[in-house]
Design a protein around this ligand. Structure first.
Ligand code: NAI
Length: 480
């Protein structure tokens, strides 16, 4: 029986290993983590992350061939294949701070593997890492090898939060990079055999190590760039009277462009896009490619601009001040169907509104009040662009309330800001919301989820990103 161990029971490690376990009943899969609360949650009825379909998959194989444990060393020692899926955040101090990936967790995992291993291992990079990380990991392992043979593979994960289980069941592709040596090729085949239980062979791509590592950074950079491109267009649409949905539809019909991932919004979030682009920028700079670095940096700058632009639109529309006014925020997670708030645009938007002294009442179906308070108080690293949206001071956090109901959040509010595209926000009784709000009542739709025409009929002043502006909004231009 092949034994797999995955170090890191997070958003990637947990779902990925659960799907391997359910698809490969003859393989034993153990997910290990240094965080006891996380492992306890994986072993309980309330999993540590919310992901549609995940509960069912975990329940079907937990205790049979899927296990969660804090006994990291034991399971690493016993495994044939070790996935490393630890976090790789942006460095906040020292060389490359604000851009480079912090590989502290990775390095400590690699050193621990070297310490406890007594048999040959295939070590798989599942985390997103800078290109050439495998070389560093290889050095750590081989210099401490005690005669053990290690093969390093890069197998980046392309799942998207909110659709992780679907993505893992039917991946567009699985990418495996390895050394071009006989040992490297044998390791690639061993990992390919795992995925071949459910992924068609033609969808399993094999490359050299560096191509696989760089492909993950490139994929996230291209995806984020698409969002920034359509968001840049949304600003121009508002200025000219064009409608960004019509523009997206028209350009998406071109088969070279395609229709997906062209929705304008208040900005992208999530733990990966910004981090991975900053990492790419840093790698370009280190390789003497400042022009390429600046090109990708612009993707993040447009994202920051979009968030500031949204806040400015809210404030300017409401007579240039939101001081003391209740503003309801619907949605805090970085996108629907996840409780993940890492780099969520809602954090910057709320900080912006709080900076202007608004009373902010927040409702998200999957995010707790403690999480929201933590996010708003967190210091963000100021890389090399001016931060318009500063973190909220402890005193200003008193202006925040978190409620478990959209109607409660919007009661007596002057404005509603929709910052996550949860389906339930489309189905709210907006007449009831309007009746209970201060007048004029505003809706600022940062995800283009509401039917603006219907809301205008009710009496709302509505701002939809990238859509022709109401007469009211035209009279109160936002300066970004
Ligand atoms: P996460 O923060 O949810 O999970 C990482 C886990 O690793 C944590 O539970 C932490 O306690 C554990 N850990 C850290 N060091 C450890 C050690 N030495 N031994 C044992 N456990 C250790 O992170 P997430 O979101 O799962 O991301 C992991 C990697 O996957 C990152 O590199 C990320 O860029 C990449 N990725 C993330 C995606 C996402 O949607 N979240 C998608 C694709 C890739």
């Amino acid at each position: 029986m092949v034994k797999i161990c995955c170090i890191g029971a997070g958003y990637v490690g947990g779902p990925t290993m659960a799907v391997i376990a359910i698809k490969c009943p003859a393989i034993e899969v153990v997910v290990v983590d240094i965080s006891k609360p996380r492992i306890d949650a994986w072993n309980s009825d309330t999993l540590p992350i919310y992901e549609p379909g995940l509960d069912e998959v975990v329940k079907a194989c937990r205790g049979k061939n899927l296990f969660f444990s804090t006994d990291v060393e034991k399971h690493v020692a016993e495994a044939d294949i070790i996935f490393v899926s630890v976090n790789t955040p942006t460095k906040t101090r020292g060389l490359g701070a604000g851009k480079a990936a912090d590989l502290t967790y990775w390095e400590s995992a690699a050193r621990m593997i070297a310490d406890v291993s007594k048999s040959d291992k295939i070590v798989v990079e599942k985390s997103t890492v800078p290109v050439k990380t495998a070389e560093a990991i290889e050095k750590i392992l081989t210099h401490n090898s005690k005669g053990i043979n290690y093969q390093i593979l890069s197998n980046p994960e392309f799942l998207a939060e909110g659709t992780a289980i679907d993505d893992l069941f039917k991946p567009d592709r699985v990418l495996i990079g390895g050394r071009e040596t006989p040992g490297g090729q044998k390791a690639i085949q061993a990992l390919k055999a795992v995925y071949a239980h459910w992924v068609p062979e033609e969808n399993i791509i094999t490359t050299n190590l560096w191509s696989a590592e760089l492909s993950k950074l490139a994929a996230n950079a291209f995806l984020a760039q698409r969002i920034s491109s359509v968001n840049a267009m949304s600003a121009l649409c508002e200025a000219t009277g064009a409608d960004v949905s019509e523009v997206s539809y028209a350009i998406g019909k071109d088969s070279r462009i395609g229709p997906k991932f062209l929705n304008a919004s208040v900005g992208f979030g999530g733990s990966c896009f910004q981090k991975d682009i900053l990492n790419l920028v840093y790698i370009c700079e280190c390789n003497g490619l400042p022009e390429v670095a600046n090109y990708w940096k612009q993707v993040i700058k447009i994202n920051d601009y979009q968030k500031s632009r949204f806040v400015n639109r809210v404030v300017s529309s409401m007579f240039n001040t939101v001081s003391g006014k209740k503003v309801a925020v619907l949605g805090f997670a970085f996108k629907k169907d996840t409780g993940d708030t890492r780099e969520a645009p809602a954090i910057d938007v709320c900080n912006g509104l709080l900076g202007d002294k608004a009373q902010v009442s927040i409702y998200d179906p999957q995010v707790t009040g403690e999480q929201i308070q933590r996010d708003l108080a967190m210091n963000k690293f100021d890389w090399d662009h001016p931060m318009h949206l500063q973190p909220t001071s402890p005193a200003a956090l008193k202006q925040v309330s978190v409620v478990w109901d959209a109607y409660e959040a919007t009661k007596d509010a002057h404005a509603v800001c929709i910052l996550t595209e949860w389906e339930e926000f489309k189905k709210l009784d907006y007449q009831k919301i309007f009746d209970n709000m201060q007048k004029p009542a505003f809706v600022f739709d940062g995800r283009n989820v509401v039917d603006a025409a219907k809301l205008r009929e009710i009496g709302f002043i509505v701002y939809s990103i990238g859509k022709p502006l109401d007469a009211w909004l035209k009279d109160m231009p936002a300066v970004a």
